[in-house]
Design a protein around this ligand. Structure first.
Ligand code: GLU
Length: 473
């Protein structure tokens, strides 16, 4: 039988990195088994859904390589379009006696619970034979016994049915409840494997009962442990950076994100965690995913990304950086710090190898190269004042300027001018570079100075040194 997986997000906000991980698990399992990945948008909560979140989900999936045009991909389907089927399934459960109507208000349920000392709904209407009517909810008749959920991550999980109240399928206004809609859709879409976040485990016995009542089969379950932050708290959108889009805009490469997410709770067989997607598809084993929560370590993700950045060819690196340097078609939501027409790809291509080895995020690139594309060196007052504090700073910069005026304009020769001035004044190169760097690039750190100046050009270098000397007084 074809394995049919599904990813069923609710379009209620930014696409969460935990959602990305769940989606990847489903996608990779579908590829591994030559099966199908169904995208179902669970959009029945009208108060919280917004269409742009749906587009955000589709874009985010595309970014991590879950390609809507691939033959393993099916959908998107929209849960809201299936409401008639949800109600029909509920009606069939009522007709077969597996569900019954109840007219108790929540206050009445609370009173009964207080009086009996038992929490929850006590099955008061089980034998009252009520028919449908305004304000009446339809409840599932939970059978006695035990529900055993066989989970590919968690193993055998037993639930005592006595702890599960007769749960609601249709609200008083006739609208279906999540557990019903979710199962009816999975059945209609012939889903064979449900791989999702652990927070849905408490729903699973109820859903399994519905599967058994409606179809006499159950899917393979796999509940994936949650992601936590450094304090071991569940990642939350209020506390943590959780939106996949934010990482994309910072310049995490999609391949690095995919690889990193897949190492949370699972490891490839070799001695490195950095592996290509084909290796992941070949080796991933849902059964070996760790049961405990996984630390989403942003520092480690950034380090992963640095490794991926360094693996790019210079040309690939330049192309990958373009949205941060030109605005470009894939806007990063970050303003480019110079006027668009001042960007010069060939200049960037020359500095790129020096930048590529020094960044972990592509969003760090503009600040390393802005001196090339801004009309003047950016001014950082504090850095400037500090660099020109020492008495030797101005006279040595003047000498360096004179040397640079005539030297052959290549990095090696530029360096030898600075070295010669250093030797005269008994100053180490590292020290002497600081005023030169601040004068010409406006910064205290950046790509190697002499290569930078070679690319900046003699005229501009001299002009900036002159301006700095005036400024320094
Ligand atoms: N719509 C549910 C959610 O976003 C997922 C349900 C499921 O995967 O079964 O949490």
């Amino acid at each position: 039988m074809t394995h049919r997986y599904r990813f069923a997000p609710s379009p209620t906000g930014f696409f969460h990195v935990g959602g990305a991980r769940t989606a990847l698990y489903n996608w990779i399992l579908a590829l591994q088994n030559d099966g199908v990945f169904v995208l179902r948008i669970e959009d029945t909560d009208e108060s919280r859904n917004e269409p742009h979140w749906t587009q955000g989900i589709i874009d985010a999936l595309g970014w991590i390589g879950i390609d809507g045009n691939d033959r393993h991909f099916e959908g998107p389907y929209f849960q809201s379009a299936n409401q008639a089927a949800h109600v029909a399934a509920a009606t069939s459960l009522f007709e077969s006696g597996r569900a019954y109507y109840c007219d108790l208000s929540s206050e009445q349920i609370q009173e009964r619970s207080k009086a009996s000392g038992k929490p929850g709904y006590d099955g008061f209407s089980r034998e009252r034979n009520l028919g449908p009517g305004p304000g009446r909810v339809l409840r599932f008749r939970v059978p006695a016994g035990t529900t055993v959920v066989n989970d590919q991550v968690r193993g055998r999980v037993e639930f005592d049915n006595a702890t599960i109240e007769d749960f609601v399928l249709l609200r008083g206004n006739g609208s279906p409840i999540f557990n019903l809609a979710n199962v009816v859709d999975d059945l209609a879409m012939n889903i064979t494997h449900v791989v999702r976040a652990e927070e849905h485990l408490p729903n699973t016995p109820k859903q399994q009962m519905l599967w058994e009542a409606l179809a006499s089969r159950v899917p393979m379950w796999a509940h994936v442990p949650v992601l936590v932050n450094e304090q071991r708290k569940k990642l939350s959108k209020r506390r943590d950076k959780v939106a996949l889009e934010q990482y994309r805009d910072e310049g995490i490469l999609p391949a690095a994100m995919v690889n990193y997410l897949m190492t949370l709770g699972w490891a490839p067989s070799g001695d490195t965690e950095i592996v290509d997607f084909d290796t992941i598809v070949r080796e991933f084993d849902i059964g070996s995913v760790n049961h405990s929560s996984a630390f989403f370590d942003v520092k480690k993700l950034n380090a992963f990304n640095g490794e991926y950045v360094r693996k790019l060819s210079t040309e690939e690196f330049v192309t990958a950086c373009e949205p941060w340097l030109t605005g470009g078609p894939t806007s990063t939501g970050r303003p480019v710090p110079w006027p668009a027409e001042r960007f010069d790809r060939s200049l960037f291509l020359r500095i790129a190898p020096h930048v590529q080895t020094r960044v972990s995020l592509l969003a760090e690139v503009p600040a390393m190269v802005d001196f090339l594309f801004l009309a003047d060196a950016p001014v950082d007052e504090a850095a400037f004042d500090k660099a020109f504090l020492a008495e030797w700073a101005r006279p040595t910069l003047r000498l360096i300027r004179d040397g640079l005026a005539t030297v052959e304009w290549v990095a090696e020769q530029i360096k030898s001018v600075v070295e010669a001035v250093g030797a005269q004044h008994d100053l180490k190169l590292g020290k002497l570079q600081a005023p030169v760097r601040v004068a010409t690039t406006g910064r205290t750190v950046g790509p190697p100075l002499f290569e930078s100046l070679e690319i900046l050009g003699r005229d501009e270098t001299l002009r900036r040194i002159d301006a700095a000397l005036v400024r320094a007084g």
